[in-house]
Design a protein around this ligand. Structure first.
Ligand SMILES: [Zn+2]
Length: 368
C-alpha cells in the first residue's frame, strides 16, 4: 500500500511546496496549482530560467544587478518547479477547504483530495493515501475477486456446470461486478467535478439496486425450482421494486448528505422484500426445509450483513464519535463496503448450496 498523507508522508516537512499548499486555505478550495506556479516571485524566476522571460530584466532598487542572487533563486525555484511536478501537483486538504459539492462527511476532518479536474489525475489518486483510498480499494479488490470467480465459474466444462446454471448465476455475478465496479469508479472520480461526481454517484446507487435484483434471480430460481408461478411473481416483484429504487436514485437530490438515512432505508427495504418469498417458502415447505434446502440461514446472515453495513453507513460510526480519528482508515463507509463484499460472498455460498441440492434432486417430474 502506498503511503503519503499530510500527516504521515515522509516528504512532508522537507518540501516547501507541500507546506505552502497546506498553509494556503484559499488555494486549497480549488487547489489550482497552475496559479501558484506563476504567482510566487521565485516561480517567476523559474519562468525566466525556463526561457519565458529575459534574466537581464532583473533590476534592484539601487539600480544594480545581482546576477548571483538571481541565479541562486532561479536554481532554487527550478528545483522547486520540478519537485512540484514530481509530487503530482496536489496535496490532501482539510474538510473546510473542500468545495461545497465535495463536502459529504464532516466527521472526516483531514486528508481529503481537492478537486482534480482530469480523469488521469483521479485514477492516479487511487495509488495515494486520502479519505477515499480505503473506499476505492475495498471495492476494487472485491470487483477483481468477483471477476475471477465469474471467469472460473463460466469456464467450467458443461458436464460440471450446465449452461442454465451459468445463465442463472450470471445474473448475480453481473450484479456484483456492476455494483462493485460502479462503486470503486465513483469513489475514484468523485472529485473530478460536480457533474461527473453526481453522475457516478447515481451509478453507484443504481449498482446497489442491480446487485440486489441480481442476487434474487438464482435464489428464486432454485428455491421455487418446480413452481413457475411464485417464481415469476417474485421475479416481477423484485424487478419492479429494483426499478423504483433506480428511478429514486436518479433523482438529483437523492445523493445529498441530508438524505443519507433515506438512502439506507430505501436499499434496506429493497433487500428486505426478500422476506415475502422466504415466508412463502417457510409456509409451504416448513422452516427446517427452508434452512436446509433453500439456504435460509445463509440468506438471514446476508441480510444481517447488508443491514448492519447500511446502518453503519447511515449513522457514520466510528467517525461520529471520534471526528478526525478515522479520516483515512476504518471510517464508516469502508466498513459498509466490507460488509457488502462479505454479504455478496455469503450469498454466493448460499445459492451454490441450493443449486447443488436442486441438481442432485433430478428433474421436477421425478420429484413431484
Ligand atoms: Zn461507497
Amino acid at each position: 500500500m502506498p503511503k503519503g498523507t499530510n500527516k504521515h508522508d515522509p516528504i512532508e516537512g522537507t518540501s516547501g511546496v507541500r507546506s505552502r499548499n497546506l498553509d494556503a486555505p484559499t488555494k486549497g478550495t480549488d487547489n489550482d496549482n497552475s496559479n501558484s506556479i506563476t504567482s510566487d516571485p521565485k516561480d517567476e524566476a523559474t519562468g525566466k530560467l525556463l526561457g519565458f522571460d529575459d534574466l537581464d530584466g532583473e533590476e534592484f532598487d539601487d539600480g544594480s544587478f545581482d546576477i548571483a542572487s538571481v541565479t541562486h533563486r532561479a536554481t532554487e525555484s527550478a528545483e522547486e518547479f520540478v519537485r512540484k511536478i514530481w509530487e503530482e501537483g496536489w496535496n490532501v486538504i482539510h474538510h473546510t477547504h473542500l468545495p461545497k459539492w465535495l463536502r459529504d462527511n464532516d466527521f472526516l476532518v483531514e486528508g481529503h483530495r481537492p478537486q482534480l479536474h482530469t480523469y488521469k489525475e483521479c485514477f492516479k489518486s487511487v495509488f495515494r493515501i486520502h479519505t477515499e483510498t480505503g473506499n476505492i480499494w475495498t471495492h476494487l479488490l472485491g470487483f477483481i475477486a468477483f471477476i475471477t470467480v465469474t471467469v472460473y465459474f463460466l469456464t467450467r466444462p458443461t458436464i460440471e456446470v450446465q449452461w442454465q446454471e451459468k445463465a442463472v448465476f450470471s445474473a448475480f455475478f453481473a450484479g456484483a461486478i456492476l455494483c462493485l465496479g460502479f462503486s470503486w469508479i465513483f469513489h475514484t472520480v468523485y472529485c473530478h467535478s460536480e457533474g461527473i461526481g453526481k453522475l457516478f454517484n447515481k451509478l453507484d446507487y443504481c449498482g446497489i439496486a442491480i446487485l440486489t435484483m441480481g442476487s434474487f434471480v438464482p435464489w428464486l430460481y432454485y428455491s421455487f425450482y418446480c413452481r413457475l408461478q411464485p417464481k415469476v411473481v417474485y421475479l416481477v416483484l423484485i424487478f419492479t421494486l429494483g426499478t423504483i429504487c433506480i428511478i429514486v436514485s436518479l433523482w438529483d437530490k437523492f445523493s445529498e448528505p441530508r438524505f443519507r438515512a433515506l438512502r439506507a432505508g430505501v436499499f434496506i427495504a429493497l433487500g428486505l422484500s426478500g422476506v415475502i418469498p422466504a415466508m412463502h417458502y417457510v409456509i409451504t415447505d416448513g422452516f427446517w426445509h427452508a434452512i436446509n434446502f433453500a439456504s435460509l440461514g445463509w440468506l438471514v446472515l446476508m441480510a444481517i450483513l447488508y443491514i448492519s453495513g447500511a446502518v453503519i453507513y447511515a449513522v457514520r460510526i466510528p467517525e461520529r464519535i471520534w471526528p478526525g480519528k478515522f479520516d483515512i482508515w476504518f471510517q464508516s463507509h469502508q466498513i459498509f463496503h466490507m460488509f457488502v463484499i462479505a454479504a455478496a460472498f455469503v450469498h454466493y455460498h448460499g445459492i451454490s448450496k441450493i443449486a447443488d441440492y436442486r441438481l442432485t434432486m433430478g428433474d421436477c417430474l421425478a420429484e413431484e
